[in-house]
Design a protein around this ligand. Structure first.
Ligand code: NAD
Length: 254
């Protein structure tokens, strides 16, 4: 028996890294999965992997900076599975993707700053509001947002990213308070350094230092984040809302 038997789940950023691992884990735990990402092809690769392990999934193309597209994404998931029980708002970008890695706060250009917040913070809010609109009609649901250890501490030369992830934790707490009465739980996961395409650049530049200060002495695997997300979305987490769960191998314990 799976932890998410009979539940439907929507996951953004599902083509790669943590989102893909979560999509596979949700399906293994019995959920129907709507896998959303920027390109349909990317989302379809995850759907194919889910089908190969005997699960059921649909692929959806979405850009989380486009509110109409986000609304259509939620509608597509509901159309496929008849409702929406769980959502994992995970799509995000890293500083190097905006050529802003290593740029000090005062030297950041406004377009890179604005773009980072638009994808990583406002993108989560857009997803959340349309998911809540659906979940409140069903009497409840569970939402997990991907923050980061950069939502708890700061890293050098990553100001906009740090701010976006601190914002995700604030949004998570605010939404948990505002929608608890509707049976909707909202939590965040704060991954440390995880082996995905997003961290390749950082690990090349300062991987040794990062692993050196991680208690477990290694990077995490996307599947190790998925474990926490599955649990927070499951009924076993029935008293957990407004929390930000750190899964970082002890990085922030130092
Ligand atoms: P990744 O680059 O492997 O995957 C991110 C996915 O998000 C990609 O498939 C990408 O296409 C998608 N995406 C980006 N912009 C989008 C948009 N506008 N609309 C829809 N989809 C979009 O990275 P990952 O490491 O799996 O990161 C997933 C999440 O985890 C991100 O929010 C990231 O900030 C966070 N995170 C990652 C780490 C890490 O160490 N890898 C640590 C902490 C937090």
């Amino acid at each position: 028996k799976g932890m998410l038997d009979g539940k439907s789940a929507l996951i953004t950023g599902a083509a790669s890294g943590i989102g893909r691992a979560a999509a596979l884990a949700f399906a293994r735990e019995g959920a129907w999965v709507a896998a959303a990402d920027l390109t349909l092809e990317g989302a379809q690769r995850t759907v194919a992997a889910i089908e190969a392990q005997g699960g059921e999934a649909v692929a959806i193309a979405v850009d989380v900076t486009d509110d109409a597209a986000v609304k259509a994404m939620v509608a597509a998931a509901v159309a496929a599975f008849g409702g929406l029980d769980c959502a994992f708002n995970n799509a995000g970008i890293a500083p190097y993707q905006l050529n802003s890695a290593g740029v000090p706060v005062a030297d950041m250009e406004e377009p890179a700053w604005a773009r980072m917040l638009d994808v990583n913070l406002t993108g989560v809010w857009r997803c959340l509001r349309h998911e809540v609109a659906q979940m409140r009609t069903q009497g409840g649901g569970a939402i997990v947002n991907t923050a980061s250890i950069m939502g708890l501490v700061a890293g050098p030369g990553a100001a906009a990213y740090v701010v976006s992830k601190h914002g995700v934790i604030g949004l998570t707490k605010a939404a948990a308070l505002d929608h608890a009465g509707e049976g909707i739980r909202v939590n965040a996961v704060c991954p440390g350094y995880i082996e995905t395409p997003m961290t390749e650049d950082t690990m090349r530049r300062r991987g040794e230092r990062i692993i050196g200060r991680t208690a477990l002495g290694r990077m995490g695997k996307p599947e190790e984040i998925a474990e926490a997300v599955v649990w927070m979305c499951s009924d076993r987490a029935s008293f957990v809302t407004g929390s930000a769960w750190t899964v970082d191998g002890g990085y922030t314990a130092l």
